[in-house]
Design a protein. Structure first.
Length: 381
């Protein structure tokens, strides 16, 4: 009987041990968030994820979409007349006044640094013509970016609609898109901003709510969020050396430390590998293409030390036309280079053709054209 009990206890100990072995997603870092993702900005590769594709409420990180639409509208220098509706927005505010006239650029700073819900409504009404019009633009842009599990119902993220949601992964896609815009980069990374206050004799002073900008030295920007139903949400970006990362957490009790933990693990575990250099590519092919092929951009990709030897490149070229004339094909895309990591395609880039110089006209052709131009004959119809 004693032996049986020993076996039972041993079995329980083994089962508890197995149950507590962390899954692959948690093997390197632990986060408090219900949903999280760490993405490398250049490639879009996901370096860490936790329930990253589950739809959740997102609170004020919604304003990343509001900001990039305002920036892309080309209206940043326009003056916005603040409506009564904008000033009645609930929650966080920069305390705009009805009828106040303020530059759209200032509103975007108030949106991103102080998370002003009043600024969100004022921006939406000016850029979209109405709240509904702006929401339409938000969802249109989401589809363009590839945010497949996202739906916006307002420009600020308040819990006033049931169908306002996204995922950690989709918000990383949005941030990756936004970070390609230099104006967005500047605003999202601004620690302090001074905006005019037309009805007072003092300027507005706005300090960024994103504590990571001072708490973690590699942070370059981001957006905070909170509602009672969404809980704490946070998007941030960080750059160390030649690697730029995007971190997103949804419903996190310890989001600042979640982001730092993800960043530290990402920077420690991955390096940016230069897989394919821009310029001329030397591959064996037919005589038409031989020594005339190049790519425009260097391809880099985040990889662990163990993955560095797992890259391979495959070139796919179009069959040249029978009447191929090299002088007329300069700069033409004639195929693509595919980068594989452990047998899976991770990046692609066009291959271009660069032949000889364009053929010069002969002496007779040049004299003929000059003669025709002198007598007033139009050379091109």
């Amino acid at each position: 009987m004693r032996m049986i009990w020993k076996l039972v206890i041993f079995a329980l100990m083994v089962s508890l041990f197995i149950a507590n072995i962390p899954q692959k997603v948690d093997a390197s870092v632990s986060v408090s968030a219900r949903g999280a993702v760490l993405m490398e900005q250049e490639s879009g590769r996901v370096l860490f994820e936790k329930d990253a594709h589950t739809k959740r409420r997102i609170a004020s990180i919604t304003k990343i979409m509001t900001a990039i639409l305002a920036i892309e509208s080309g209206k940043m220098d326009e003056i916005v007349k603040v409506s009564e509706q904008a000033t009645r927005a609930e929650g966080s505010s920069v305390y705009l006044k009805p009828g106040e006239k303020i530059k759209l650029e200032h509103l975007v700073y108030g949106l991103m640094l102080r998370s002003g819900n009043d600024t969100a409504v004022a921006i939406a009404e000016h850029v979209g013509g109405s709240l509904d019009g702006f929401v339409y633009l938000m969802n249109q842009k989401a589809r363009e970016i590839g945010m497949l599990n996202t739906h916006f119902s307002n420009p600020h993220g308040l819990d006033d609609h049931e169908d306002h949601y996204s995922t950690a992964y989709d918000m990383a896609l949005l941030t990756r898109y936004a970070m390609q815009n230099e104006t967005y980069q500047k605003i999202a990374g601004t620690k302090n901003y001074k905006a005019p206050n037309p009805t007072e004799n003092w300027d507005r002073q706005w300090k960024n709510k994103n504590r990571l900008l001072t708490k973690y030295k590699y942070t370059t920007g981001g957006k905070t969020g909170y509602t009672k139903r969404a809980k704490r949400t946070l998007v941030s970006t960080a750059t160390k050396g030649d690697m730029s990362l995007i971190a997103v957490t949804l419903n996190a009790s310890d989001d600042w430390n979640d982001h730092i933990a993800m960043y530290e693990n990402g920077f420690k575990s991955y390096d940016m590998a230069e897989v394919l250099s821009k310029g001329k590519i030397d591959i064996k092919t037919n005589k038409v293409y031989q020594e005339h092929l190049y790519i425009k951009n260097t391809i880099v990709y985040p990889a662990t030390n163990e993955e560095m030897d797992l890259f391979s490149i495959r070139y796919k070229l179009n069959k040249p036309d029978e009447d191929w004339e090299e002088s007329n094909r300069n700069g033409e895309a004639v195929g693509k280079a595919q980068v594989f990591l452990d047998g899976k395609v991770v990046r692609e880039t066009p291959i271009y053709y660069q032949g000889g110089p364009e053929k010069k006209r002969g002496l007779f052709e040049s004299i003929k054209n000059i003669f025709l131009s002198v007598i007033g004959v139009r050379l091109y119809g």
